[in-house]
Design a protein around this ligand. Structure first.
Ligand SMILES: [Zn+2]
Length: 355
């Protein structure tokens, strides 16, 4: 196996050898994603990895995670944290690998010129995102490949046309495999009126290496689309839902309301609609059963949820050392090990069914 290549950003936002070597993940790869593209470094490459039913666990959802941590402003959602606190970016990369992500997607989401202009930081484009060095997408892709990208991610597409354009650009300028994932709306149509199913099949026919869905919908409402469309695809399928409790009535996380109110939850109060660990576990099992090979979590993701997906997909990441063990808990574990007032008295006083 050829050694992985590592990228160290001038601004310190890149992943360095330390992050990867720390976990002895010689086959981990470094990547980057933005609105349209991502990078993926190292060997074996994407296609080898997914050959013969191989799988890939992919942690995403950086933007919301940094906002939650207090390093990114909700609204424009531009990841200024890259320049202002690169050490935190590195820490989250590290956390996701530690929790079982097979890849590190570099934080380049929303670091394109249009977004930077929104907050008057257009001048920081180069420093914030070397991949976005040039405004044109094509030039970004060429640079990505020059830097050693192994595959490119085009994600969160709401339009058929845009997704096809991205695929063609990757093919024309990238000459590397393309992962193209769509962001589903409330119905079965893309924004430009093309059916989701037809879009996925067209992307596959046009040569995408992996097709599927990311963002937009949570586990419960993304799953029916996976069940319907995945069996029609010959190439590996991708599923990366948001970690929010979307429902048939409110199928997209943008449409969620805070439980018990009519207030829209998106984006600031989505924490009131976070998925349970159980839901993520069930989703990962369902995906595995359906043969989803490229699996992960988008907005709302954090390390404890990524670990669940990784473990369902038979990974044992370093974080598995801390996988919950309720037999050690004073209210749930072996009663003989704890004082009676804790095991029985406290259970009675707190209410609910603990058995
Ligand atoms: Zn997302």
């Amino acid at each position: 196996m050829a050694p992985c290549r590592f990228r160290v950003e001038e601004n310190g936002a890149g992943v360095d050898k330390e992050v990867i070597n720390k976990f002895d993940n010689k086959d981990k790869r470094i990547g980057g994603t933005c609105v349209y593209e991502g990078l993926f470094y190292g060997r074996p490459g994407l296609l080898e990895r997914l050959a013969n039913g191989g799988t890939l666990v992919v942690a995403e959802g950086y933007i919301f995670e940094f906002e939650r941590r207090g390093y990114l402003q909700a609204g424009a959602y531009v990841p200024e944290v890259i320049l202002e606190h690169p050490e935190i970016v590195r820490q989250v990369y590290e956390e996701f690998v530690h929790a079982g992500s097979d890849v590190v997607l570099a934080l380049t989401y929303y670091t394109h010129r249009e977004k930077l202009r929104t907050i008057g930081r257009e001048g920081d484009l180069e420093a914030m995102n070397r991949v976005a060095l040039q405004m044109a997408r094509e030039e970004q892709i060429e640079l990505a490949v020059e830097l050693g990208a192994d595959y490119i991610v085009g994600e969160t597409f709401c339009c058929y046309g845009e997704s096809m354009m991205a695929l063609r650009c990757i093919q024309k300028y990238g000459n590397v495999p393309a992962v193209i994932t769509l962001s589903l709306g409330t119905g079965d149509l893309m924004l430009d009126g093309v059916k989701v199913k037809d879009t996925v099949l067209a992307l596959e026919a046009a040569g995408a290496a992996v097709v599927g869905f990311n963002c937009g919908r949570g586990p419960e409402t993304m799953l029916p689309f996976i069940q319907d469309i995945k069996p029609l695809c010959k190439v590996p399928f991708a599923a990366l839902p948001v970690c929010y409790r979307t429902t048939p009535e409110q199928p997209c996380f943008q449409s969620l309301t805070v439980p018990g109110t009519n207030n829209r939850a998106f984006p600031l109060d989505l924490c009131a609609c976070q998925t349970s660990r159980q839901q993520i576990d069930e989703f990962a099992h369902a995906c595995r059963k359906l043969g989803v090979q490229y699996v992960g979590l988008c907005c709302g993701n954090s390390a404890h949820l990524t670990r669940i997906v990784a473990e369902v997909y038979e990974r044992t990441p370093p974080a598995s050392k801390y996988t919950p063990d309720m037999s050690q808990h004073y209210m749930f574990g072996d009663k003989s090990r704890f004082r009676k007032e804790f095991t029985e008295g406290l259970r009675a006083s707190k209410g609910g069914d603990f058995d």
